[in-house]
Design a protein around this ligand. Structure first.
Ligand SMILES: Cc1cc2nc3c(=O)[nH]c(=O)nc-3n(C[C@H](O)[C@H](O)[C@H](O)COP(=O)(O)OP(=O)(O)OC[C@H]3O[C@@H](n4cnc5c(N)ncnc54)[C@H](O)[C@@H]3O)c2cc1C
Length: 281
């Protein structure tokens, strides 16, 4: 399919990119890796009249440790994340996104701004205390990951704002596990679960569990977290807590799975992800 006609600009500064967005109005769209936007344009599900390519804007790439956080530039590709093992759960999850070709083009900023329910990184942001920085015509603001995802393909990023960077907690001393269920290797997740666990002497001091594709937005499995916190990390306690993983969810059925099957997957994958996080395989 061929997209509808559009104008294109590749500004060389952040201010020029924001100005181009403001001038272009609601029909202007930022372009990062293009691996979500261009397919939508080819299907004519999106028809922006102007694409504002971020590729020449300086300062939007890279991964850098800043005290207890990692600062990740919005244009950092999934491939760079995947090959930054110190990022822990972020690197592990990035490595499961699609295939190398997609990972070499797709960016973390694009993934978070786009807000696809099946994207893998948004749920990870919920369990790593992530914050994103948004820069617009009236200045800069910071949004916590928990407030970023509003609805299916709808995020708090304004039409004239650029997501410039992401800050995630370094999660030092936490174990992590990730489970993604799909029909074919490299497909989107039918359901995904990312878990981080802080253990002391075999007891769960804290746990966070992020669910992918269990609704329009990523969410925490709070009932399962509460059930495990303070408990010994035995196989029985982990399995019992995982039984609550789907509590409060009502994921829409789709071509791959019914609602109840997705809820079943959430329970099974949560058990496995926590076991991975505590080293119990
Ligand atoms: C075949 C295929 C398989 C895929 N499988 C998976 C998968 O398994 N898991 C997964 O998570 N993802 C998957 N993806 C999506 C991929 O990760 C995308 O690259 C990513 O979701 C979007 O990033 P992008 O840089 O390509 O964004 P783009 O496509 O360039 O942009 C997406 C949207 O975000 C906006 N945007 C982009 N950057 C910014 C910014 N810095 N500030 C504000 N708005 C911005 C754009 O205007 C656009 O609306 C797949 C894609 C393809 C093509």
């Amino acid at each position: 399919m061929i997209p509808a006609e559009f104008d294109y600009t590749a500004p060389e500064s952040l201010q020029d990119a924001i100005s181009a967005l403001v001038d272009g109005g609601e029909d202007a769209k930022l372009l990062a890796g293009g691996h979500s936007l261009i397919p939508l344009m080819k299907l004519r599900l999106a028809a922006p009249s102007l694409l504002v390519d971020l590729r020449k804007v300086p300062g939007l790439h890279g991964v850098e440790r800043q005290n207890g956080h990692w600062r990740i530039g919005a244009l950092t590709t999934h491939s760079v994340l995947e090959h930054s093992p110190d990022l822990g759960i972020v690197a592990a999850v990035a490595a499961t996104i699609a295939d190398p070709q997609v990972r070499h083009r797709g960016t973390i900023g694009g993934s978070l701004a786009h807000g696809d329910a099946a994207s893998d990184l948004p749920a990870v942001m919920l369990i790593t205390d992530a914050e994103v920085t948004l820069q617009g015509p009236s200045g800069q603001r910071t949004v916590a990951a928990g407030d970023l995802f509003k609805d299916y393909l709808t995020t708090d990023v304004g039409e004239d704002e650029v997501l410039t960077e992401i800050r995630v907690s370094a999660m030092d001393g936490w174990g992590y596990g990730h489970q993604k269920f799909n029909r074919r290797s490299e497909d989107w997740a039918m359901v995904g679960v990312a878990a981080v666990v802080k253990a002391t002497d075999g007891v769960c001091e804290d746990v966070r569990i992020g669910l992918t594709n269990m609704g329009a937005v990523p969410r925490r499995a709070t009932a399962a977290e509460e059930a495990l916190r303070g408990q010994e990390l035995t196989a029985e306690n982990i399995a019992a807590a995982a039984e609550s993983a789907a509590e409060g969810t009502n994921p829409p059925a789709d071509l791959n799975a019914t609602t109840e099957y997705k809820r079943h997957l959430a329970r099974v994958l949560t058990k496995r992800a926590i076991r991975d996080a505590v080293g119990g395989g």
